[in-house]
Design a protein around this ligand. Structure first.
Ligand SMILES: O=P(O)(O)OC[C@H]1O[C@H](O[C@H]2O[C@H](CO)[C@@H](O)[C@H](O)[C@H]2O)[C@H](O)[C@@H](O)[C@@H]1O
Ligand SMILES: O=c1ccn([C@@H]2O[C@H](COP(=O)(O)OP(=O)(O)O)[C@@H](O)[C@H]2O)c(=O)[nH]1
Length: 455
């Protein structure tokens, strides 16, 4: 079996407390193949970028690189999160493009290539993740790397007309042809990329998943919907019922029903619209008013980026507005919590929530949706309210699917969820469980690596 080299902006180091499902999957893949996980150290330094640190666990090496404050600002806060992130989430209005941050993005990708190329062995499989590192394969090829290199895009691939608005779109997106295999979350993302290659990239589509560069060389694309570790989450959720934070949350509800949202504080997640829909529910469904508490967990994210700071202020105002208009002496309708919780605790929160509210305006996949399903009690499962614009909606099509732009529609879906009879809840939940068990996080990584190895 070939050695595996994983490359991503964030690396989950051994023993790190915040290891999510993706980290668990990649660590399992590395343990199976032996290999290297390469990326940013998570540290910014006063001098120049490039300081390396190494850790080992079993047959896996973790090699991480420091970035200077300027490189971090241009590459991560700038081009990755103020240009590519809004563009890839269909938010042209928020795209902030400057040549300076693009130069920083290129600089950091060059540096990744400089440091990684000498580490590679001839038959290593290389798997690069996400929008921070799109040009990396091309930079490695320029350094003579002939290995099989795969790429997985965790976020959506938008319409080709949007991509074409980026001044250097061909340099960035056509560079994906340097990979042997490019993976997307859904078939729709793959289709939109194929349109881009045909309409703006100067290449062609030979057949679904088989693409050609302008000079006729073939490369491949595919849909690989990322999953979760279902038995682990289900087990954690059942055990979490005995944990103090979960018991305290349940006791605090005084018999009222609970709707829960769990999202990074990010404008792609549709939080202001969700808050408004909750308020609309209180107004449109007076018979249910006072029966439902809405808990939104929203750990701050990318706080150096101005759009994220503005969103935080907007949500504080909205939560205050809803509570001041609807609270009673013994009930606060919205509980808005800006902190991160351990996975084990979250799974218990999901299990006691009658409704899981996952309403992003756009999302590559949304693992919270799948975790909410896996955490339910089969005898009395809650209802998942899911945006049509999350990648997860393609698989979880028996959730209550909503359009997050339709505030009245989301408000009514909340009412429908609260009134849903047990047999219907069980039927919808079973169908969703079958899908997430059928293609879990381990199937995802085996499928991708199997196809990459076969190229
Ligand atoms: O690293 P950060 O800037 O703190 O952001 C966290 C991660 O956010 C994004 O997650 C995406 O990947 C998920 C798993 O495939 C997917 O379910 C979700 O829809 C995506 O938004 C980002 O793509 C990651 O690179 C970040 O590390
Ligand atoms: O306080 C929190 C909030 C979120 N998460 C986890 O962060 C991940 C979020 O992934 P998702 O795909 O939903 O969105 P992303 O943040 O990657 O865009 C999920 O595994 C959550 O359980 C967590 O561990 N603690």
């Amino acid at each position: 079996m070939a050695r595996l080299v994983v490359v991503s902006n964030r690396v989950s180091l051994p023993g790190e407390a915040r290891a999510g499902g993706l980290a668990v999957a990649l660590r399992a893949a590395l343990a199976e193949h032996g290999g290297l996980w390469f990326g940013w150290s998570g540290r910014t330094v006063a001098g120049s970028s490039g300081g390396m640190h190494e850790e080992r666990e079993g047959d896996t090496r973790y090699l991480v690189m420091d970035l200077s404050r300027r490189d971090f600002d241009d590459y991560y806060n700038g081009f990755a999160n103020r240009t590519l992130w809004p563009l890839l989430h269909f938010r042209m209005d928020l795209v902030d493009y400057t040549r300076e941050t693009y130069a920083g993005y290129r600089r950091v990708n060059e540096l990744f290539a400089d440091r990684l190329a000498p580490e590679l062995r001839e038959d290593d499989l290389v798997w690069i993740h996400d929008y921070h590192l799109i040009p990396l394969a091309q930079r490695l090829r320029e350094r003579g790397v002939g290995n099989r290199i795969g790429f997985f895009l965790h976020v959506p691939m938008p319409s080709s007309d949007l991509l074409a608005a980026l001044p250097e779109h061909r340099e960035v997106f056509a560079a994906l042809s340097s990979y042997d295999l490019v993976g997307f979350q859904t078939g729709r993302d793959l289709e939109r990329f194929q349109d881009y290659v045909r309409l703006y990239g100067g290449g062609g589509v030979v057949g679904t998943g088989v693409l050609a560069t302008p000079d006729g060389r073939q490369f491949h694309g595919g849909a690989f919907p990322i999953g979760i570790d279902v038995p682990t989450i289900a087990g954690q959720a059942a055990r979490a019922m005995k944990r103090l934070p979960v018991r305290r949350l349940r006791d605090s509800l005084s018999g009222r029903r609970l709707a829960i949202g769990v999202d990074r504080l990010d404008y792609s997640k549709g939080l202001p619209e969700r808050f408004r829909a909750f308020e609309r529910h209180l107004e449109r469904h007076p018979d249910q008013n006072g029966q439902l508490t809405f808990l939104q967990i929203a750990p701050p994210s990318r706080s150096d980026v101005p759009e994220y700071r503005l969103l935080r202020r907007e949500l504080e105002t909205l939560a205050g507005h809803i509570n001041s208009g609807h609270a009673t002496p013994d009930w606060t309708p919205v509980r808005y919590v800006n902190r991160n919780f351990a996975h084990e605790v979250l799974t218990g929160f999901y299990r006691i929530a009658d409704v899981g509210v996952v309403t992003p305006m756009r999302d590559g996949m949304n693992l919270v949706a799948k975790e909410y399903v896996a955490a339910q009690d089969p005898a009395d499962p809650g209802v998942l309210l899911l945006s049509r614009f999350a990648g997860a909606a393609r698989e979880l099509d028996t959730a209550l699917l909503v359009n997050p732009y339709d505030i009245d529609g989301v408000a009514d879906a909340l009412a429908q969820a609260l009134a849903m009879p047990l047999p219907e809840r069980q039927q919808r939940w079973r169908a969703m469980m079958d899908r997430i068990e059928g293609y879990d996080i381990h199937a995802w990584r085996r499928d991708f690596l199997g196809k990459l190895a076969a190229r």
